[in-house]
Ligand binder design. Structure first.
Ligand code: ZN
Ligand code: ZN
Ligand code: FE
Length: 728
């Protein structure tokens, strides 16, 4: 019966996910002889089989994949006959190109959860229990291939019992790199006299203390979410007056006590990625967690440690990323100790976090998942392009919510959310991320893509380390649109709407209300919001009243002094006069066409918010005041490619009902898109930070059923890097 030797090469997410033991088990079942190994290009199987058996074998591989595995390509070729007397898993080969995907960190699986709470199991209550189908990956990797020696588990020597599981291909823990137990693995330490570490931590949380707890990709600051006093203490110490906190709940039932959760949201909450999901808040809940907001970020425990804590505590926990404002997430003892004035106790462990990774944040709008922060569980992620890149590209991202990306062949690897590059510490963290991505993938770029903005730290980095011949500038909003086109594999022209905070425009002004016809070759800016001056430059970004005042000057000149509006009341007469001079002379008043700033202006004019305490606050507050029972919209101009908002501003200040003014403002934005898009018969692509606004997005989805937005990449600047790869 003609046995031949075949080589099967499989690429995709096939390492660190129990793929080889799975192949071993299938081969054994089919009584096939041969080998399987992990190469840097994926998994390679060599088997002796008849043609029929081979086909069946491949069919089973494809249809019965382990839960975390996925196959991108599977190639079969017949090779020189070889002799085998059994089926074996052979040692890793580490040459060749590194094209394997790094698996993200995912939540504890059901089988491990069962053992965690089983007093007879040897890992009972062990806070780091894991197997091939669950647990940490990305956060502990130094290098590929994904083997224990290339992770921060290399410092822990396996005990006999663990080693037996690790080397038994029939075991659930075969080659589960992070395995360990009470005997041999990572351990917890509560920096206080002990009484059983987890119990001790639970007791302290119940007493209203604030703890720093080391998780997967960094530390959290936590406290009892039902203890208003503790929550306020955390706010005060972290100097974070109003920005909402995320809440970790024990399970989906507890989530329902806190939030209004629909089926899509439940699916996300309980998914293996376990992101923070923004849901409607039950109104009876305390206000200190998300002041003035009707939405709340909830997530479920994702590590055995969190599961133990929450189960014993049986209360929700405020769990917010541990960092000092503008600094990156704390990932080691040294960085967390800088926050020792914020927490009372530290629950630490001795497994090193190699790659920091924040919690992911998502929301669901009209059934679509909108990524607000792509990190733990989802990242790093691979995106396939509709075409092949002829050079290796490194994309530096933007300055806020930065991410980086590397592109080769027809794929792009996107880093997790790195954060804002507003401090020396965060820039260092950013550089470390670039280095580790390059190291892990053995990647040297031939082209480096970066944002036009000369003052972005990411642009400075590009220019510091790479020569002119490799550098390519990509305009910010073009990159926003390109990112979505690449994710959705759209070929040909699209009509892109980039509503954004601010990004550097080709004319040196700060763009952000852009309508552009784009393809992969380039773009044409067909329309934009009228320019207005940002009084005080960067100050205007935090102070909506400055943007609003500028628009009032545009409308009324020095008549503004006689107006009686929430905006003008937020200044003294003297300040108004000074600002008027600055406005007239254009001193420290860059021009902007940003819709993000227009939101700020409306928040100020309606008296909702004059100075913001966190980025995006004005948009969130306007969302709250929108009412779908209000009809109608405001007039606006549209001529020669300029959308004029001044007629709308003049009407808004006449309206004394906040809800009416704000609802009509939203409707006007939709009408603006409608007016500009109308003559084009092209797909409509939405991107830019303003589309984090749920109300605006819902209205646009209702109006344009064909509107496309990213689901993998965030609409904010976290999506820029993907667009830059394609743009370069
Ligand atoms: Zn498991
Ligand atoms: Zn052990
Ligand atoms: Fe942007």
């Amino acid at each position: 019966m003609g046995l031949c030797t075949y080589k099967i090469s499989i690429k995709g997410t096939v390492q660190g996910v129990g793929f080889r033991p799975f192949i071993y088990q299938v081969a054994t079942k089919f009584s096939l002889y041969g080998t399987v190994l992990n190469g840097t290009e994926g998994v390679e199987i060599v088997v002796n089989a008849s043609k029929d058996k081979l086909e069946e074998f491949i069919e089973v591989i494809k249809s019965k994949l382990p839960p975390l595995a996925s196959i991108d390509t599977l190639k079969v070729e017949q090779i020189e006959p070889k002799n085998f007397s059994d089926f074996q898993i052979i040692q890793t080969d580490s040459c060749g190109e590194k094209t394997v995907n790094i698996p993200p960190d995912i939540s504890i699986c059901k089988a491990c959860e069962k053992e965690l709470f089983d007093p007879k199991n040897r890992r009972y209550a062990y806070p780091f229990i894991t197997c091939t189908h669950c647990g940490v990956r990305y956060s502990i990797i130094y290098d590929l291939p994904y083997d224990r020696g290339n992770t921060s588990m290399k410092f822990f020597k396996m005990c006999k019992a663990c080693e037996e599981e690790y080397t038994n291909p029939m075991d659930r823990r075969y080659h589960a790199q992070p395995i360990g137990c009470w005997e041999c693995g990572a351990s917890l330490e509560l920096r206080v006299d002990r009484c059983g570490v987890v119990d001790g931590a639970v007791e302290l949380i119940k007493q209203g203390k604030i703890l720093a707890i080391k998780g997967v990709g960094g530390y959290h600051l936590v406290c009892d979410a039902t203890n208003e006093e503790a929550v306020l203490k955390l706010r005060e110490r972290k100097q974070r007056p109003t920005k909402p906190f995320a809440v970790m709940v024990k399970d989906i039932e507890m989530a329902r006590e806190w939030g209004e959760i629909n089926a899509d949201e439940e699916k996300l909450l309980t998914s293996i990625e376990r992101p923070i999901v923004i849901v409607g808040k039950r109104t009876s809940r305390p206000t200190g967690i998300a002041p003035n907001l009707s939405r709340i970020g909830l997530f479920l425990p994702y590590t055995p440690l969190h599961l133990l804590l929450l189960t014993k505590l049986n209360r929700p926990l405020v769990a917010t990323s541990a960092n000092i404002s503008d600094e990156p997430l704390a990932t080691n003892r040294e960085s967390i100790e800088k926050l020792s004035n914020v927490y009372d106790f530290l629950l630490d462990h001795n497994r090193e976090i190699v790659n920091g990774c924040d919690d992911s944040v998502v929301m669901v709008v009209k059934g679509q998942t909108i990524m607000l922060r792509r990190a733990r569980g989802y990242a790093p992620v691979k995106v396939e392009l509709p075409f092949k890149l002829d050079k290796k590209v490194l994309a530096m991202g933007a300055n806020q919510k930065s991410t980086i990306a590397i592109g080769f062949d027809n794929q792009v690897i996107l880093s997790p959310h790195i954060g804002d590059l507003d401090s020396i510490g965060s820039v260092e963290y950013y550089e470390k991320n670039i280095e580790s991505l390059k190291r892990i993938y053995g990647f040297e770029p031939e082209v480096v893509a970066y944002d036009r903005h000369p003052n972005y730290e990411s642009s400075k980095y590009a220019k510091r380390y790479y020569g002119n011949s490799t550098l390519r500038e990509v305009q910010h909003h073009y990159a926003h649109i390109l990112g979505v086109m690449a994710e959705k594999q759209i070929r040909g022209k699209v009509f892109g709407v980039a509503f954004d905070g601010t990004g550097y425009g080709d004319d040196g002004n700060l763009w952000g209300g852009e309508f552009m016809v784009c393809d992969y070759e380039g773009y044409e800016r067909v329309a934009h919001l009228n320019y207005f001056k940002l009084l005080g430059g960067v100050k205007a970004i935090k102070e909506p009243k400055r943007v609003a005042l500028s628009l009032l000057f545009e409308c009324y000149g020095d008549e503004v002094f006689k107006l009686n509006t929430p905006t003008t009341k937020a200044f003294t007469q003297q300040e108004l006069k000074t600002q008027h001079i600055m406005w007239q002379k254009g001193l420290n008043a860059p021009l902007s066409s940003s819709v993000g700033r227009l939101f700020d202006a409306v928040a100020s004019l309606t008296g909702v918010c004059q100075i913001m305490s966190f980025e995006g606050e004005s948009g969130m507050r306007l969302e709250e005041l929108y009412s779908n029972s209000v009809e109608g919209l405001y007039p606006f101009g549209y001529e020669n490619g300029v959308v004029d908002v001044l007629p709308m501003i003049k009407e808004i200040i006449k309206e004394h009902n906040q809800q009416v003014a704000i609802s009509k403002f939203f409707h006007t934005l939709v009408a603006m898109v409608e007016a500009v898009y109308e003559p084009y018969d092209l797909p409509l692509v939405l991107s830019g930070g303003v589309f984090q606004n749920r109300v605006l997005l819902e209205l646009l989805f209702e109006r344009f059923s064909n509107a496309v937005i990213g689901n993998i990449i965030p609409p904010n600047d976290g999506g820029i890097a993907l667009g830059q790869v394609v743009g370069a």
